[in-house]
Design a protein around this ligand. Structure first.
Ligand SMILES: NC(=O)c1ccc[n+]([C@@H]2O[C@H](COP(=O)([O-])OP(=O)(O)OC[C@H]3O[C@@H](n4cnc5c(N)ncnc54)[C@H](O)[C@@H]3O)[C@@H](O)[C@H]2O)c1
Length: 349
């Protein structure tokens, strides 16, 4: 992910540029600096030295999951603004530590929730906000794809010397969960964002969650689920359904979201949005000339908008905290085989 983010920073120059890189593998850090900055970005051997660099205003964290909380807290304590890959962290205690660190330091935190920047989703949220669907009844968020590279352990990207991208993912202590926490995270925050769109972008709080988890394709490999079905009830009464999997993809056109409301339905993916109002003879479709990779460029643009222009963060600590609560609630539901009530405080279950 470091290279994907580096390309996104380059695409956003000169509003922001990469000053320095740190990776436990110095070769990887150097390769990233060479490839994306022509070697201009300094390479640090430890995080502390990078954070002590006064030229750095912000840090973009693309580390394995178990390292997120510590890196965010240390960056905030050093007075750096932070963008951090999903999941923000693994536990509610870590969530609280992050909150305290960013508040005490007065720095900005933005979660790298790139799928919020899919153009059809942005347009769907605008339409829902304008009341096109009326009251929302049902939100379905799909984040599915057959993950054959994990199954065969052929990494999709070849990195310089260092640990395999699968080593920490197959270690529950470092991964912090399995498919639901990793890829399912995107589907969960998308669902929460769609629910908020009907409420003037104020949260429509998830109040209960129930989940089924299975492992169909990663058996004997992944100690956890590769597929999850999660049901959420929102305070407004709307139902949410998250389907997420590394075992299967979706049939074309592979909707990432489908929303049903009082007046009709919307469905969208990376490039298109379909709107059907109740009573219309046919649906209206809109398409964009874009690709998924551009969502990463737009998330960096958004981080810069928040830092430089005072824009309101669409991927705040609260949004990430609520996402963790839904996912931890789903894991507990599967373990205890019951519906889990979700408290108002996003740092508890
Ligand atoms: N938004 C998305 O679409 C998306 C896609 C893939 C990954 N991610 C997220 O990006 C993050 C990284 O995932 P990845 O697939 O790039 O993993 P990866 O294993 O390919 O890369 C992690 C990097 O961290 C380095 N590293 C490991 N331990 C370290 C340590 N102690 N100190 C410093 N560096 C260390 C590794 O050498 C490696 O270069 C995860 O949070 C993951 O969930 C997001």
């Amino acid at each position: 992910m470091g290279h994907v983010h580096a390309r996104s920073w380059t695409a956003n120059a000169p509003r922001g540029h990469i000053t320095a890189v740190f990776d436990v593998s110095e070769e990887r850090a150097r390769a990233l600096s060479d490839q994306h900055t022509g070697g201009k970005a300094r390479v640090y051997r430890d995080l502390g030295s990078l954070l002590a660099d006064p030229e750095i205003d912000a840090i973009d964290i693309c580390l394995p999951h178990h390292l997120h909380a510590d890196a965010v807290v240390r960056a905030a304590n050093a007075g750096k603004h932070v963008m951090c890959e999903k999941p923000i962290c693994l536990t509610f205690d870590e969530l609280k530590l992050i909150r305290r660190a960013i508040d005490d330091a007065g720095v900005t935190f933005v979660a790298a929730h790139n799928n919020l920047f899919a153009l059809p989703l942005i347009e769907a949220r605008r339409m829902i906000g304008e009341g096109v669907l009326g009251r929302l009844h049902h939100i379905r968020s799909n984040e599915v794809g057959r993950n054959s590279s994990m199954r065969t352990r052929h990494a999709p990207v070849r990195l310089a010397a260092g640990e395999s991208t699968f080593a920490w993912r197959l270690d529950p202590a470092r991964m912090g969960g399995a498919e639901l926490l990793d890829t399912g995270w995107h589907g969960a925050y998308r669902m929460l964002a769609l629910a908020a769109a009907a409420n003037d972008e104020q949260e429509d709080r998830p109040v209960e969650v129930v989940a089924l988890l299975s492992n169909y394709y990663m058996t004997e490999l992944l100690p956890g689920e590769d597929t999850a079905s999660v049901l959420v009830r929102f305070a407004s009464g709307a139902q949410g359904v998250l389907v997420t999997s590394w075992a299967f993809g979706g049939p074309m056109p592979n909707w990432q979201f489908e929303v049903a409301g009082q007046h009709g339905t919307l469905a969208g993916n990376v490039t298109s949005l379909v709107h059907a109002a109740h009573g219309w003879a046919s649906a209206a479709e809109r398409s964009w000339d874009t690709v998924h990779g551009e969502t990463y460029v737009r998330e960096v643009t958004h981080f810069l908008d928040v830092l430089l222009d005072g824009a309101t963060s669409r991927a705040s600590w609260h949004h990430a905290a609520r996402t963790l609560q839904v996912i931890r609630g789903a894991y507990r539901s599967a373990e205890e085989r019951r519906i889990i009530p979700l408290p108002e405080d996003p740092t508890s279950l």
